[in-house]
Write a protein that binds this ligand. Structure first.
Ligand SMILES: C[S@@+](CC[C@H](N)C(=O)[O-])C[C@H]1O[C@@H](n2cnc3c(N)ncnc32)[C@H](O)[C@@H]1O
Length: 181
């Protein structure tokens, strides 16, 4: 059964993202645990959040919803996804808090503040050591990384989060959650 607005305030974006992907054969697969992102954003009392892989804005809006005071920087390389996501942020009156950056993740990450973010969510294509390192550098000590898509590429959570001096990590299914030491 599809999620309803009663349990998922962004259910319409979830369904339009799936429809968009079916039409365009693109990589816009919405994260299937939106509420987990909202819960984590609330639990860490996030004030600054960073995301790689906006698609049409589903997970970015869940992150902003969970932490009502937070600013969210989200990065997306597909210009049509950027256009739609920015419009959805306006529709949900979150465009003052959710900033959709257009470009390649590694490039955009390099221009964002280091040691500044409370929560990071990776949901681009496959996580690479370079991207995880880029997010590590943006997180403050004690900040939390949620890394999706662990089964898409050659790297698993043990590879990506191998250094116990850098991360305290737990993985389940395709997702890892790790705290920056
Ligand atoms: C799995 S979807 C993201 C889904 C989104 N988080 C959600 O829950 O709706 C992956 C997105 O990452 C984007 N992407 C892939 N590689 C990227 C990169 N290197 N830099 C920026 N965006 C990238 C794709 O265009 C796609 O829109």
């Amino acid at each position: 059964m599809p999620p309803s607005p009663a349990t998922d305030p962004f259910a319409d974006i979830l369904s339009t993202t799936n429809a968009h992907r079916a039409q365009h054969s693109c990589g816009a697969y919405p994260y299937d645990k939106g509420s987990l992102l909202g819960v984590l954003a609330a639990a860490v009392k996030a004030t600054r959040i960073i995301e790689v892989g906006t698609a049409l804005g589903y997970s970015a809006l869940w992150l902003a919803h969970g932490a009502p005071g937070a600013q969210v920087d989200t990065i997306e390389s597909d210009p049509e996804h950027v256009r739609i996501a920015r419009q959805r942020c306006i529709d949900y009156q979150m465009s003052n808090r959710v900033h959709v950056h257009h470009g390649d993740a590694l490039t955009v990450l390099g221009g964002l503040d280091p040691n500044a973010y409370d929560l990071a969510f990776f949901d681009g294509f496959a996580p690479t050591p370079q991207l995880v390192t880029g997010l590590y550098q943006r997180l403050r000590t004690g900040g939390v990384l949620v890394c999706a898509n662990l089964t898409l590429g050659p790297h698993n959570a043990d590879d990506l989060l191998a250094d116990p001096d850098a991360w305290l990590a737990h993985s389940f299914g395709e997702t890892a959650i790790a705290v920056k030491r």
